[in-house]
Ligand binder design. Structure first.
Ligand code: AMP
Ligand code: MG
Length: 398
């Protein structure tokens, strides 16, 4: 049976449909960075929770210092965190620190810089109007209101706000647990001696990092030898609890294609995507686990992750924006493309995204060119030649 051929867009949607939304869990704030809030959350307390001082200085009645300079007795000393604050009697001042509760009766704080900083009496050199340097209850957030909405990507400010309104955990779609498995009897881990005929394994390092970058956890299983039974046994052992298996290698046209041999007829379909590089792809459910089989060449694997896996995982995490931004720029050099496929060239654009220079050739093994690029240049099907000065579409990776 002839393999089905997908366009890159069709395959992107097929991969996205394979991954259901991840379950919603309550995670401690420290584990929420970069995740997506799954439900609206409301403030447990107002912000500020009580009237307090915005300055180090003296809580006063503004009327008592209207004719400054004046000297007032200091009746109390209120550091931040004090709970037994006494009312301010007319004609007196309380020394007060930033964030300390305002004593009843006070209607202004005069900053320490306008005083002699006294502790028994205080000499105040200038008046301040009523309301000065006060932070009123609920000025920022009122208790019970929705402070963060479902769909919000949780960055540092959002996490800080959640903590400030008393939320110790947030409901998020939990990080995907991804198994990253590389195959190939020629692969050796970086740092080990390199025997003749072997290469250093890099796909699992790149893919696991890309999974972590979007908030997932990656379990790396490397160097599964080109042996069907061992392959199945390794997957079966690690499948429970995982959300996705990503393999690389073993899916092209040659013999000893272990991934293909192990999974064909067992829920995984091997197809072609009309793109270069990255044509041979596979997807399905193997031993109950969603699986994506990426081609082995390092740039093919990286591009497949970028174009298909990344948007699918971001979608499962609840992100509304799952695609990289695109832009148009002028090609600085000529490029050729097969025309029958979408070609993704690696490129570097300038700061203003006005011009783009292709980095390296179209070859799927040119990893250093990929590492030196900050965008992909998409040459659509039907285009065989891009001339210097032509406008091209970029997928921005930076
Ligand atoms: P394959 O699809 O298994 O035939 O692999 C295609 C090419 O990619 C071969 O040159 C492999 O040696 C190389 N390759 C496969 N897997 C990896 C990997 N994990 N890291 C680096 N190169 C790989
Ligand atoms: Mg191989």
């Amino acid at each position: 049976m002839a393999k089905r051929t997908y366009t890159a867009e069709e395959y992107r949607d097929t991969v996205a449909a394979l991954l259901p939304p991840l379950p919603v869990v309550a995670l401690p704030l420290a584990d929420c960075l970069g995740l997506v809030l799954a439900e609206d959350v409301v403030a447990r307390v107002s912000l500020p929770p009580f009237d307090n001082s915005a300055m180090d200085g003296y809580a006063v009645r503004a009327a008592d210092i209207a004719r400054a300079p004046v000297t007032l007795p200091v009746a109390d000393d209120i550091p931040a965190g004090r709970t037994d604050v006494q009312p301010l009697e007319p004609g007196t001042a309380h020394r007060i620190m930033t964030g300390a509760p305002l004593p009843p009766g006070a209607d202004a704080v005069v900053q320490v810089e306008l005083t002699d900083a006294g502790t028994e009496t205080v000499h105040i050199t200038a008046s301040v109007p009523a309301g000065k340097h006060l932070r009123r209850t609920g000025e920022d957030v009122v208790e019970g209101v929705t402070v963060l909405h479902a769909g919000t990507v949780l960055g540092p400010p959002q996490l800080g706000l959640a903590a400030a309104v008393g939320l110790g955990t947030l409901p998020v779609r939990r990080p995907p647990r991804v198994i990253v498995l590389s195959t190939g009897s020629e692969l050796v881990a970086a740092g080990e001696p390199l025997p003749p005929g072997h290469i250093y394994e890099s796909n699992s390092v790149l893919i696991a990092a890309a999974v972590r970058e979007i908030g997932g956890t990656a379990t790396v299983l490397r160097f599964v030898p080109d042996d069907v039974d061992k392959f199945r046994a390794v997957v079966a052992e690690h499948a429970p609890g995982a959300d996705l298996l990503i393999t690389s290698g073993g899916v092209s046209a040659g013999a000893y294609e272990v991934v293909k041999d192990a999974m064909t007829g067992h829920g995984v379909e091997f197809v072609r995507v009309a793109m270069q590089p990255g044509g041979p792809q596979g997807f399905g459910i193997f031993l109950g686990l969603p699986v994506l089989t990426l081609p082995g060449n390092p740039v093919s694997a990286a591009l497949s992750f970028e174009l298909f896996v990344r948007p699918a995982l971001l979608g499962a995490l609840g992100h509304r924006v799952v695609d990289r931004p695109r832009a148009k720029a002028r090609a600085v050099l000529e490029m050729t493309s097969p025309g029958t496929k979408t070609q993704y060239r690696r490129g570097r654009h300038d700061d203003g995204v006005v011009e783009v220079v292709p980095v390296g050739g179209p070859g799927s093994h040119l990893l250093s060119a990929f590492a030196a690029s900050n965008c992909l240049i998409e040459i659509p099907m039907g285009v065989e030649q891009v001339r210097a000065g032509d406008e091209v579409t970029l997928i921005l990776l930076d």
